[in-house]
Ligand binder design. Structure first.
Ligand code: GTR
Length: 437
C-alpha cells in the first residue's frame, strides 16, 4: 500500500514538473533572471574592440556556435551542375503592370527531382536592374496571387482543409490563397521586384523527411539520418534563399547587390539565418519570427526551445534538443543572430497579440545586437525602451510592433519598403518625414 502511495506521489510530481516545463509562460513577472552571452567577448575571453577582430574572429565563432547548436552546419560543397531555365514568362502580367517569370533551378543531374522554381515579379517600366524582396512561401508559388500564369506546385504540400489541399497535392483552390500576404502590386509600384520559392522544393516542412530534402545531395553514402550538428529544414530553406541570389547574379534585370531577404514566422527564422550567413543579402527582415528567430530564447516567454523542438523536430539540428528547458546553457542567444548581420540594415517586426512569438523578446534581440553595430560607428535600434504600438523606429536596425496577431500584413510591408527606401535611397526619400528622420 505504502509503495503504491509513493509511486502515485512520484508520478504526480513527474507530471507536474513536465507540465511546468511544457506549458508556455505569458506572464512577464515569471520571466526567469538571465544573463545574455556577450557578442563582443571571444571564446578565449578577449574583447572585440575593432571591426577587423569582429569580422575575422568573433563573427566566425558565433556563426559556428549557431551552426553546431541551433540550425545545423550548412555544407559548403559546391554543386557543379546547377542550371537555370526560364519555364514561363509574361511581360504584361497583372494587367500590364508587371513582368512575371518562373525560373527552374536544377541542382544535380543525378537527382532531377531536386529542383526549385523561383517565381519573380518585376516592375514593367524599370530601368536597368531592380532591387528585389525575396522570401520563402509554404503552400507553393501559386499561394501569392490568383494570376493564372503561375504554375501550381506539383510537389508534396502539407494537407490543409483551409486551403483545400488533400493527398498532399495543391490544386487550383490554393491559387492566391495567401495573396493578402504578398502585396505584389504595391511592391512593384514602389520600384521593387518580389521573388519567392516554395519551401518544399528544398525540404518538405514535415517530420522524418531526410531523404526528401536537399540534404540528400550532400549526404554520405548510405546516410539516412542527419548527424546531431547537421542542417535541418530551416538551414535548408536558408540555403535555398542563397541559391536564389546565385541566380539573381545571372539575371540582368535584377540587382544582386540590393536583395532584401525577408520572411514571416518559420520563414522569418530562415530569412535571419540566411542573412546571417550570406553577406550578399543587403537588408534582412524578420516578421514575427519568434522562437529560433528574433526572440531571446532565455526569456522562455511564449514558445520555448522545448515546445518548438517537440512540435517541429525537423526545423533545427539534433543538438538544439539538448537545450530543451535549458535555455540558460545555450552558448548563444538570438541577439547574436541579429548581430551577425552587422553592419547591414536589419528590421525586426512584431505584432501586439502575437504573444507566442514574444514581441518583447524580439525587440530585445534587436536592442542587444546594438553594441556590434556601434563597433561599426552605427546606431543599432537607437532606443532603450520598446517602442509603442504603431510607432516604428528606423536606424541601422529597425523595429515595429503593430496592432493585431501573428501574420504579415500590408502595414508590415509598408514599413519594410520604407526602411529599404531609407537605406537604399537615403534620408531624402519620401519616408523621412513619416518616421521622423
Ligand atoms: C507556429 C510555430 C512558430 C511559427 C509559426 C509559423 O506553430 O510555433 O514557431 O513558426 O508556426 O510558421 O507560422
Amino acid at each position: 500500500m505504502k509503495i503504491l502511495k509513493l509511486v502515485t506521489i512520484m508520478l504526480i510530481c513527474a507530471v507536474q514538473s513536465f507540465a511546468q516545463e511544457s506549458a508556455p509562460n505569458f506572464d512577464e513577472t515569471l520571466v526567469p533572471f538571465y544573463t545574455l552571452p556577450d557578442p563582443l567577448t571571444c571564446m578565449d575571453g578577449s574583447k572585440v574592440t575593432t571591426t577587423e577582430k569582429w569580422t575575422n574572429v568573433r563573427r566566425a565563432e558565433i556563426l559556428k556556435l549557431f551552426s553546431d547548436n541551433v540550425y545545423g552546419v550548412t555544407p559548403d560543397g559546391i554543386l557543379p551542375e546547377v542550371s537555370y531555365e526560364v519555364i514561363s514568362e509574361d511581360r504584361v502580367a497583372l494587367n500590364g503592370k508587371a513582368i512575371r517569370k518562373e525560373v527552374l533551378v536544377k541542382f544535380d543531374k543525378r537527382y532531377p527531382e531536386f529542383n526549385m522554381s523561383i517565381l519573380i515579379y518585376l516592375p514593367v517600366c524599370h530601368k536597368g536592374s531592380v532591387p528585389v524582396f525575396l522570401a520563402v512561401n509554404t503552400l507553393g508559388n501559386q499561394e501569392v496571387s490568383d494570376d493564372q500564369g503561375i504554375i501550381v506546385t506539383k510537389k508534396w504540400v502539407r494537407n490543409s482543409e483551409k486551403y483545400k489541399i488533400t493527398n498532399n497535392s495543391a490544386t487550383e483552390a490554393s491559387r492566391g490563397a495567401r495573396s493578402y500576404r504578398w502585396p505584389i502590386e504595391s511592391i512593384i509600384e514602389r520600384g521593387y521586384g518580389i521573388a519567392t520559392f516554395y519551401c518544399g522544393d528544398i525540404d518538405r516542412d514535415d517530420k522524418d523527411d531526410y531523404s526528401q530534402g536537399i540534404q540528400k545531395l550532400f549526404a554520405r553514402e548510405g546516410q539516412t539520418k542527419a548527424d546531431a550538428n547537421e542542417w535541418a529544414a530551416i538551414g535548408a530553406w536558408a540555403w535555398g534563399l542563397s541559391r536564389c541570389l546565385d541566380y539573381f547574379e545571372t539575371d540582368s534585370e535584377i540587382d544582386p547587390a540590393r536583395v532584401v531577404v525577408l520572411g514571416h514566422s518559420r520563414t522569418g527564422k530562415a530569412a535571419l539565418w540566411a542573412g546571417a550567413q550570406d553577406t550578399r543579402f543587403a537588408v534582412v527582415i524578420s516578421n514575427d519570427s519568434g522562437c529560433g528567430g528574433a526572440a531571446i530564447s532565455r526569456r522562455c516567454f511564449g514558445e520555448t526551445v522545448n515546445l518548438i523542438n517537440s512540435k517541429f523536430p525537423h526545423w533545427f539540428c539534433g543538438n538544439f534538443k539538448k537545450f530543451n528547458n535549458k535555455e540558460d546553457q545555450l552558448p548563444v542567444d538570438q541577439h547574436m543572430l541579429i548581430a551577425l548581420i552587422a553592419p547591414r540594415p536589419v528590421y525586426v517586426a512584431s505584432a501586439e497579440d502575437d504573444r507566442w512569438s514574444d514581441p518583447k523578446g524580439e525587440f530585445l534581440s534587436a536592442k542587444h545586437a546594438g553594441p556590434v553595430y556601434s563597433l561599426f560607428g552605427l546606431k543599432g535600434v537607437g532606443v532603450q525602451d520598446m517602442p509603442k504600438v504603431s510607432q516604428p523606429v528606423f536606424n541601422q536596425i529597425g523595429y515595429h510592433i503593430r496592432k493585431g496577431g501573428h501574420d504579415i500584413l500590408p502595414y508590415d510591408w509598408e514599413y519594410f519598403m520604407d526602411f529599404t527606401d531609407y537605406h537604399f535611397y537615403g534620408k531624402n526619400s519620401s519616408i523621412s518625414q513619416k518616421v521622423g528622420l
